[in-house]
Design a protein around this ligand. Structure first.
Ligand SMILES: NC(=O)C1=CN([C@@H]2O[C@H](COP(=O)(O)OP(=O)(O)OC[C@H]3O[C@@H](n4cnc5c(N)ncnc54)[C@H](OP(=O)(O)O)[C@@H]3O)[C@@H](O)[C@H]2O)C=CC1
Ligand SMILES: Nc1nc(=O)c2c([nH]1)NC[C@@H]1CN(c3ccc(C(=O)N[C@@H](CCC(=O)O)C(=O)O)cc3)C=[N+]21
Length: 346
């Protein structure tokens, strides 16, 4: 197979990178909840703002950088980046994510295209939709929202997305290039890319540090470990069959938690001074919350924050970065199209 993943300049590689600029100062929340009335029970010590990695603010900065580049691209090439989002079925969480992706597109000046299909759509029908977007020159990125219904082969659908429009970075050729030395993927998966971007924008050194990645999924844990390892961290991966996860985690300078188990990573799993990136998004019953639940991560926040030097909150940490990275990948794809870079044979 004549295939090259090597056209992308920098996304999967160690710094320096050109696709995003470092922010000089990261906006931090300034006001701690004022203790107007003393709480009846002792509340956990508030986390100092200086410990928080404000993913929401960093993602906003990135989105405004992207908006500036989109305006320039429109002027220089008369080209507007386009993202196609395909949603199958009517899972509430998927509908919410798809809505926020389309809104983010509009805010930075992208065109977005959407196809909503019923949960019982056939694999063949879905493939036709993907193929139509593959052939559409207005579309620079294609995202098929996961998970797909059981009767559809995720593998077959992800394989059908043109690697040049694979802004999720889930195609096996992009994944394979990420795993190989001397190769560069065309796109790096958005969530792990967002985790690394947070570390870099917070000036957290990665090279030579010990990292622990909890979870080994294709979309988060595995590519996160590969990205850290590409930046010369020594990475240990923990999964559901790992017998001594707490001990392994407690040796790490950098922890990326992506196991999908609410608040599994406890405070005493965290080495004092470590940096904690919590990817998890879990709904936890909370009768005091408006919706009857609140979002928590895979890390028990208060306990971990007491020991960490930096930690991401949930929500407002990795989630907004995932969307910012999706926009960044789509912009990069449009830039390649504008420059007429040759398509690799595949
Ligand atoms: N913020 C964001 O943008 C995003 C957030 N997420 C969130 O991140 C989390 C992970 O997502 P995803 O990777 O898709 O999840 P998956 O369910 O696909 O993978 C979970 C991984 O965690 C491992 N795991 C499960 N239980 C344990 C355990 N008890 N101890 C150690 N490891 C365990 C599994 O191990 P094994 O391989 O052995 O089964 C698996 O590798 C979820 O909370 C999800 O909602 C996901 C995508 C984006
Ligand atoms: N093809 C595909 N690509 C994906 O990238 C993909 C996917 N399928 N399926 C589902 C997961 C999940 N995911 C999230 C994106 C944004 C937030 C996000 O913005 N979260 C906010 C708000 C959360 C809320 O309020 O509901 C936050 O954490 O602050 C979360 C999770 C992308 N995923």
């Amino acid at each position: 197979m004549a295939f090259s993943c090597q056209r992308q300049a920098a996304a999967g590689r160690a710094a320096p990178r050109t696709s995003s600029r470092r922010v000089a100062a990261v906006p931090r929340p300034v006001v701690l909840a004022a203790a107007a009335a003393a709480p009846a029970a002792p509340a956990p010590t508030p986390v100092p703002p200086s410990k928080l990695i404000d993913g929401k603010a960093i993602a906003e900065t990135i989105r405004s950088e992207i908006a500036t580049e989109v305006a320039a691209m429109k002027q220089q090439y008369g080209l507007t980046p386009g993202l196609a989002v395909v949603l199958v079925g009517s899972r509430k969480d998927s509908e919410t994510y798809v809505r926020s992706k389309k809104k983010a597109c509009a805010e930075v000046g992208f065109d977005s295209y959407g196809t909503d299909l019923p949960a019982d759509v056939s694999e063949e029908e879905l493939l036709k939709v993907v193929e139509a977007y593959n052939a559409d020159p207005r579309v620079h990125g294609i995202l098929v929202q996961l998970p797909l219904p059981k009767h559809i082969s995720e593998k077959r659908i992800l394989d059908a997305i043109s690697i040049e429009k694979d802004v999720d970075g889930f195609h096996p050729l992009n994944m394979g290039c990420l795993a190989m030395r001397g190769r560069e993927p065309l796109f790096v998966p958005c969530t792990p890319k967002g985790c690394i971007e947070l570390l870099e924008r917070m000036n957290v050194p990665i090279a030579g540090r010990k990292a622990c990645v909890i979870g080994r999924s294709n979309i988060v844990g595995m590519p996160a470990a590969l990205l850290l390892q590409r930046r010369d961290a020594t990475v240990t991966m923990v999964h559901s069959k790992t017998p001594d996860a707490a001990r392994i985690c407690s040796e790490a300078d950098i922890v990326i938690a992506a196991c999908g188990v609410a608040e599994m990573v406890k405070g005493d799993w965290i080495k004092p001074g470590a940096v904690v990136i919590d990817v998890g998004i879990n709904a936890k019953d909370d009768p005091t919350a408006k919706k009857g639940y609140r979002l928590v991560g895979d890390v028990e926040f208060d306990g971990a924050a007491a020991r960490a030097s930096l930690i991401t909150p949930v929500p407002g940490g990795v989630g907004p970065m995932t969307i910012a990275m999706l926009l960044q990948n789509t912009l990069e794809s449009a830039r390649r199209a504008a420059k007429g870079e040759a398509a690799p044979a595949h």
